[in-house]
Structure formats: structure tokens, C-alpha cells
Design a protein around this ligand. Sequence first.
Ligand SMILES: Cc1cc2nc3c(=O)[nH]c(=O)nc-3n(C[C@H](O)[C@H](O)[C@H](O)COP(=O)(O)OP(=O)(O)OC[C@H]3O[C@@H](n4cnc5c(N)ncnc54)[C@H](O)[C@@H]3O)c2cc1C
Length: 309
Amino acid sequence: MSLARRLLLRASRSAWLARTLRQRAFFRRAVRRFMPGEELSAALDAAAGLAHAGLGSVLTQLGEQVTSRDEAAGVRDHYLRVLDEIRQRQLPAEISVKLTHLGLELNPKACLQHLLSLAARAADARSFLWIDMEESRYVDATLELYAAVRAAHERVGVCLQAYLRRTPADLETLLPLAPGIRLVKGAYNEPPAVAFPRKRDVDAAYAVLAGRLLERAARGAARAVFGTHDLGLIVRLRERGLALGLTGGEGAYEVHMLYGIQAAGQRALAREGVPVRVLISYGTHWFPWYMRRLAERPANVWFVLRHLL
Ligand SMILES: Cc1cc2nc3c(=O)[nH]c(=O)nc-3n(C[C@H](O)[C@H](O)[C@H](O)COP(=O)(O)OP(=O)(O)OC[C@H]3O[C@@H](n4cnc5c(N)ncnc54)[C@H](O)[C@@H]3O)c2cc1C
């Protein structure tokens, strides 16, 4: 992992930096590249705009590691409202949640109850509940809660990170559940014993895991989602899918990307018939999330500096 990436990921955990930079106008302007606004209404409007262009969306309120049970219950209530909005506005939108935002560290049992109510509401809204994957110390608990919710509800999926050495085994454990899996490369600062430090190894691991997921999707036994902006990798996965008889239409596999990244690529894939969703983030707690976006591509730091100048 490059020094710049490591420093940015360490900075993402600094409460002092968050307080200082969040108030700066140039920083707030730079963040707008990756989110349509802090309010839910901005995210819903963006989702409606994307729907006109044939793109689905996934909505996520920024936040993690809440420190009180009331806060966690508030996050659950917020997402219940989001699902009601999705239904009322008939948007092709899903939601994605972080378990530490729903109080995983405070009370895993209550967190599971929150997930169950969200999954039930997502089913009513013909939407879908995604569970993000956070730092490696949360993986066991996240997969345990995912399995429990999946046992009761169909429209629920979880993110797996290709950079983790454990992920091939986790994928095999999940596959019998006919899971929804969003495969990503991984965005956090992990030690080499836990995650591949070299990007080339992460990319290779991703291709193998994606191949396995495609095989299951071809048998109708998984919802396969590739959460990546790596257009070369997507081309190779599409070829692999074709070899398995998957044309990329509804029910085969999907590509999910983040709002503001590879926007032209998103539209091009959708035009070619690949189901594409755009993950739209909103909310005031954007500092750690934004620093992770900078870390993914340290060249983005120049974008911030341009706004400063
Ligand atoms: C829908 C979705 C959900 C995600 N959920 C999670 C999650 O739950 N847990 C988690 O750990 N990670 C998550 N991530 C982040 C993911 O782990 C990667 O950090 C991120 O997607 C960058 O990797 P990449 O696959 O795009 O490939 P890379 O090889 O890093 O990038 C490929 C190309 O994409 C472009 N690109 C990538 N990132 C950026 C950026 N920030 N700014 C500008 N251009 C960029 C560049 O052109 C780059 O060359 C998610 C990503 C997506 C798309």
C-alpha cells in the first residue's frame, strides 16, 4: 500500500482533522464531486435523475461507530423512512447500511433487530437491503448477522472485500445461503497479515472471487454484484460471464459504482444492457468516507487543492 494511501486512511480516523476540515468551504466544495448533497432529498432527486438515464441506485446515509443506542435506533428509523420514500416515489433504489452505524458495537442483538425491521420494510417496498463491510475486526459479526437476516428475508445482501485473505473462505461459507454479494476491493487500512498489501494481489484475488460468484449466479444461486470502477476488470468479467452463458441482463450480474466516479462508464455499461446501480451517499458525517475516496486515488488530492487555490 502506498505511503499516500496509508496516510490518508490514517487521517480518516482523526476527529480533530474532521472538525477542522469539515467547516472549510473549499473542502465542502470538493466533497460535492462525490455526493449530490447532505440532505436525503438531494440523494432522492439524484436517484430520480439516474433512473431517467436507465440507472438504478443504492442510498446510504454516511455515519459509522455510533456511541449510543438511541442514535442507532434513530439511524434505523431514518432508513425506514428512506424505504417509504423509495416506495412512494417508485424509485429503482435500494439501501446500504453500515452495522456500526446501527449500533453493532453497543448491542449486537439490538443491531440484528434493526436489520430485521429494515429487511422487512425493504421487502414491502420491493427494494433491497445491502450491508456494507467495514474494518476487518467487524467481519465475523457482520457475516453472522447477515446469515441471521438472510434466513428470514430474501432481499438482503452483504459486501465482501477481495483484499482480505479470509474472503475466499467467507464466500464459500455464504454461498449455500443463495446470497446477494457485492464484491469490492476493500477501502480500509489493514495490516499485511490480514489483507494483501499489493494492489496487484488484490486485483488477482478479486478476479478469482468474481469468477466463483459468476458460476453461482449462472445457476441462479446468487445475486452477483461487482462494486468496482475498474473498467478493464469489468470487461474481463463480462467475457467470463458470456462463457458461462450470462449475457449481463437482469438476474445475471450487476455493476455498482459510486456517485461521481466513472460516470461516463456507468452510462455506457447501462446502454450495453448491463444492470448498473450508483451508490449515492449523503449526510453530514462525510469526513472519514471522503478521506477513503481520496485514498483510493491519491491524485484526487490535487482536486481538493485546486478548489483551495
Ligand atoms: C458500490 C460500491 C460499494 C462499496 N462498498 C464498500 C464497502 O462496503 N466496504 C469497503 O471496504 N469498500 C467498499 N467500496 C470501496 C471499494 O472497496 C474500493 O475502495 C473502491 O471501489 C476503489 O476500488 P476499485 O474497485 O474501483 O478499483 P481501483 O483499481 O482502485 O480503481 C479503478 C479505477 O477506478 C477509478 N477510481 C477508483 N476509485 C476512485 C476514486 N476514489 N476517485 C476517482 N476515481 C477512482 C480510477 O480511474 C481507477 O483507476 C465500495 C465501492 C463501490 C463501488
